[in-house]
Design a protein around this ligand. Structure first.
Ligand code: PCA
Length: 156
């Protein structure tokens, strides 16, 4: 199993969450909440209002998201879905634990709150340069005050 940190449309309550709660694509187990140990710019870009973590550590905010353990089948599914490595690249990022729920590990193996864990994150270096000037978010919600509602793939 691999750990993945999700900050966008795959989180609970967001438009693509059904894809990871769907066991047809493999296994994904919710482990807890975290935030990036370094700040990153999280912007909403393209005409479809898609969240992108720009791979520019040190700029922007500590970004909040959800940590999952996924099997190889789910990891492959996510890579395909995210257009990895063209649109997003999956890279290890240091994540600070905010809350741990993971039930599969023994209590003494559970990471402590505020400890740091490496997780895969879908971020990008392949973005139009002007996106660095877009507003930065710290906790993505497709229905947030920004008003930039995500346009699901089936509508494009
Ligand atoms: N899906 C991935 C990356 C951006 C997106 O919308 C995620 O939720 O982390």
């Amino acid at each position: 199993m691999e750990r993945v940190f999700l900050y966008g449309t795959l989180k609970k309550g967001q438009p693509n969450h059904g894809l990871i709660s769907n066991s047809i694509s493999g296994r994904a187990e919710f482990e807890g909440l975290g935030r990036t140990a370094d700040p990153y710019p999280l912007v909403i870009g393209s005409k479809n209002n898609i969240p992108f973590l720009l791979n520019v550590p040190g700029k922007g905010h500590h970004v909040t998201g959800e940590i999952y353990s996924v099997d190889d089948q789910m990891l492959q599914f996510l890579d395909d879905f995210e257009g990895c490595p063209d649109t997003y690249q999956r890279t290890p990022v240091r994540i600070e634990i905010l809350e741990w729920e993971g039930k599969s590990s023994a209590p003494e193996e559970r990471p402590a709150v505020n400890s740091i864990m490496e997780c895969f994150v879908y971020s990008t270096t392949n973005y139009p340069p002007e996106w660095i000037n877009l507003p930065y978010h710290d906790n993505y919600d497709s229905l947030g005050e920004h008003g930039l509602r995500y346009n699901p793939r089936e509508n494009r």
